[in-house]
Design a protein around this ligand. Sequence first.
Ligand SMILES: [Zn+2]
Ligand SMILES: [Zn+2]
Length: 403
Amino acid sequence: MATAENYCEPEGPIIELLKTLASRDLKEMAIISDSKLIEILKKDFYMDTTVLHKFEMDVYVNVLKEHIKKWPGWDNCDRNINRIKTIKDKAAVAMILKKEYVKLKEYLQHLLNVTQELAADKVSELKEKENLKKEQIVMEVFASRQQMNNLFYRYPVRNNIFNINVKRRKLNMQNTTLKSILNWYGVEITIKVPMNDKWLVFERRNSHKLRHALMNKKLSFNMHKNIKLDQNALVKLPEHSIKILKSQMLKIFDKAIYENPDYKYILPIIEYDLVKLPKTLNIPFSLRRYTSKYSFIRYLYSDVPLEDNLMKYDIQLEEIISPMCEFNIDFSDLNDSFTLDNPIKVICTECDVTFTNDFMSELLNHFKNKHYEDPDWICMNCKKVCPVKSLTNSGWNHACELV
Ligand SMILES: [Zn+2]
Ligand SMILES: [Zn+2]
């Protein structure tokens, strides 16, 4: 941990702010202007604000604006600064301010680090979109993820590349486990149980990152760099948190919903999830993590008979998935639609259907009737073919043979 001694005599807007506060009543902290906050980013955190994306910059400024006043050390700082007013010794004053500076800067640095990690995906998504705009989009296609599996003809048929008469195979439920379904694209689980005078809310969603590129494989073949996914959790820093042990949380679930007929199906999934979470959780708790070491790739198309004159085409939709799971644990007020009779909700977000109490047979029927067989994925690292059902059944945790 950094100490005051690690720093030279501090300079920059943060120490200036503390000095100003030391000469005034701390409780009258003035509103810090955006330009001052940008100066803090530049001078105290050495950020090159000229190259930051506008979105990233706005996020950092808002985080500083929001959190600088909420620094848990202000009370202590207030006491120390009040002490300064009685000290005439300049060196002692500088030392006290320096110590407060180090603590405040560490707090803000931690916030900025977490923000940077959380904003990274959004920033690259925005940059990608802006680059696409520069490359002049010819046409935008809106399709559900399921529709994309067969949306494009491999070769144009009467000058058309869209397959609108898709013949798809219904999902074969014989070899589809419940665990697979709960790990399927877009499936969310919400559990609400009473705790004191609130609901304790547990949310879990499969928020996989997907990337698509339509290509003519006769012209180009994308060589992808295989980037290792960071499986460490990205945890949001809660402002006012209540500590709870995972084991205690499981006990609360157990007590409230063990009689629920579908609890026994959900419990193993939650237990598995909780093993991966820290031992003690701070509520509100928010975490997302990649569930696999590497991304998976596949090429989607509808096969049609090849005519000789169309040898120049091989149209395929490249799809890359980086499997991710997201957890939120929070409290909510008792006056919402949940009751003790329906503490568990499973939502298929792709079809916008919610299943509540006694949902297991309905959920299985829904997948049987509304979902289709899904093409295999290929691990981008070991190139092994991974059927979607085995990936979902393992919680997208493919045991890669190549390290
Ligand atoms: Zn569905
Ligand atoms: Zn692999």
